[in-house]
Each structure stands twice: as C-alpha cells, then as structure tokens.
Design a protein around this ligand. Structure first.
Ligand code: PEP
Ligand code: MN
Length: 342
C-alpha cells in the first residue's frame, strides 16, 4: 500500500504520520520525489482502514499495491534508483549508462591485466571476471577461486576499475570483501538463502535473470535482497531458454522497457550469454542500448579461441572497441521516470 502525501507537507505532519503508521505495525519506506512524496507500507495491510488514513491532514491519497514486490516496485519509489559502484562511485541508472567488460573467467595475471587495460581504454568503467564458475560439467574449468579474486584485485589496482565477480556460495563471502559489486548468476537467481545473505551487505548486487524465470520472479528475488536493507540491486537480462536453438539463449528485449515500468532499479543487458556467439554481441548490444538499458556486461578475451570458458561468445579487445563506440551513438533516454506508474 502507498500513501501519497499532499504537496510540500509540513515536516512535523510527516513525522506524526510516520510514527502513527509505525505504531500500527508497519515498516515504512519513504520516497521524496520532485512532484510527490510517497510512503510505502510494508506488512499485512489487509485490515487497514484506508478511509481513515485518507482523512489525515498530510495525505492526498492511498492506494493498494497489488504486486507482491514492494521495495522493488516503482509505485513505492517513482524515481530511478542510481547505484554507485566502487569507491569512485561509478553510477548506473537514472540516465547513467555504463559498460562492464572483461573475460568470462580470470585465467592468469597476464590475461586479466591485458584485458582490463584494453577495455578501460575503450570506455568500459567496470571490470568483470569470474573466479567461481557455474559450469554445466563438473570436469570443465571451474575458475581460479581465491587466486582469481586476488588477480582481479591486482587488475583493479593497476587500472582503477571497480570489479564485479560472481558468488556461488555464501561461505565464500569473506573473499569478496574488496570486490566492488557481487554478481548472482542466472543459476542462483532463486537461491533464497544466498539472496538473504547479500541483503545484509551494503554493497551493490548484480542480479541476473534465471534461465527460465519470469520478470515477476526476478523482481521477487531483488525483493529478497532489498528486504534485508540492501537497496543497491542492478537487474540483468541475459537471455532465457526458449524452443529456439540457433542461439545459446533468446534475448528478451522487451524485458528492458517492461522492467523499467515495473521497477525503479537499473536494468542492464548481457548480450554475450544471451547469444553465445561473438558476432551477435554487437547487434544485441546496440538493440539493448536503443531500448533504454542502463548498461551492458560484455565478455572480452585477448585470445578467445584459447579461452577456458565461453570463448565462442567472447569478443576481442578490438571488436569491443567498435561495439563500445557503436553503442554510444544509440543511447536514447535520460531517465525512465516518466515510464513508471499507471
Ligand atoms: C557469467 O556472467 O559468466 C555467467 C555465468 O552468467 P549467467 O549466470 O548469466 O549464465
Ligand atoms: Mn561466461
């Protein structure tokens, strides 16, 4: 349920209202917008006397929010969330478009540092690299684990780029202390215990859509993280399973504008896992930018043919440079705020 306040409410009135709502047993979430201030109520609102709240001094209107996700809902928080990554505060969302790039897996010092320098020179602002890899086969390369994180940290030091890496097990969390953003991969999107744990952090989470999950399920997973107080969640569309076999997955391009309508969280696109083929990364990155994605995450390898993971979909640094330039010509939206609501 949301309580919409009258324009320019008196501070004392708002304080009184918030403490009264608290006494009624609700957690409140306040969102101060350019036009309106909105108080979101979290908890069981089935017994609330809507007419009573509506009659209060500061209140303009009261509306029920029927969607099961509350914190992630744009109705609770009409303004775009801008997530800041790393000490330098690289901004994603609300008109801030960023490209995350790097190899699928960290393989060696030389590899990660070469790729980090190259992608930075082409305009990437965050470095990716997997240290714990969710592989279909237990016999495939599983990542360098703790050493992979160490090498990523070296690349961060060398280039100044903040880093993102995937976590697969909450027990590994201590290794991620200096990792600037933690990725939850598609296969763990509904690992609710992991999501709960990440909700206790004050660090951005990159939440990828599951292979066969609806957008509502994705938003409910974001809600798990946000319910713990961590509001810095970035959603990632990375292709879903369909009957089509020509590409590794099917990029759900409509997910981007739909999510922007449903949620205030930034939405980025992974054209590498969406297609599985390096030649498709450019057109799909372009499509994602054109429909208003807040960023991209692209796999780049200095020697794709010999990559230990996902070589076929990895682009070379030279190709990445062309893609980054192409994408910059296609960015259409300053923000998504007008697209929200009903
Ligand atoms: C990845 O980013 O390397 C990865 C494994 O992605 P996804 O979880 O989307 O498959
Ligand atoms: Mn990969």
């Amino acid at each position: 349920m949301i309580v919409i306040l009258k324009q320019n409410p008196k501070e004392a009135q708002v304080e009184r209202l918030l403490s009264w709502l608290k006494d009624q047993g609700f957690d409140t979430h306040i969102s101060v917008g350019k036009q309106q201030t909105i108080i979101g109520l979290i908890g069981d609102t089935t017994q609330v006397d809507i007419d009573l709240i509506r009659s209060l001094d500061a209140v303009e209107d009261v509306r029920r929010v029927t969607e099961p996700y509350k914190n992630a809902n744009r109705k609770f928080h009409p303004r775009d969330t801008v997530v800041e990554v790393g000490k330098a505060g690289v901004k994603i969302g609300g008109g801030n478009f960023q490209i995350i790039a790097g190899p699928c897996s960290v393989e060696s010092r030389e590899q990660i540092i070469t790729v980090a320098k190259a992608v930075k020179a082409s305009g990437a602002t965050i470095l990716r690299g997997g240290a714990f890899k969710p592989r279909t086969s237990p016999y495939a390369f599983q990542g360098l684990h703790a050493e992979g994180i160490e090498l990523l940290l070296e690349a961060k030091k060398e280039t100044g780029l903040p880093i993102v890496s995937e976590i697969m097990d909450g027990a590994h969390l201590p290794l991620f202390e200096e990792v600037d953003m933690i990725q939850v991969g598609a296969r763990n999107m509904q690992n609710f215990e992991l999501l709960r744990l990440l909700g206790t952090l004050r660090k951005p989470i990159l939440l990828k859509r599951g292979l066969a999950n609806t957008l509502e399920e994705l938003l409910m997973s974001a809600e798990y993280i946000m319910a713990g107080g961590n509001e810095d969640v970035i959603l990632c569309e990375r292709g879903i399973r369909t009957f089509e076999t020509a590409t590794r997955n099917t990029l759900d391009i409509s997910a981007i504008p739909v999510l922007h309508r449903l949620t205030h969280l930034p939405v980025i696109v992974d054209p590498s896992h969406a297609t599985g083929e390096s030649w498709l990364v450019d057109p799909l990155a372009a499509a994602a930018a054109a429909v208003g994605a807040d960023g991209l995450i692209i796999e780049v390898h200095n020697d794709p043919i010999h990559a230990l993971c996902d070589g076929a979909q990895s682009v070379t640094p030279e190709a990445f440079d062309r893609i980054a330039k192409h994408v910059q010509t296609l960015l259409p939206f300053a923000s998504h705020e007008e697209e929200g609501g009903e």
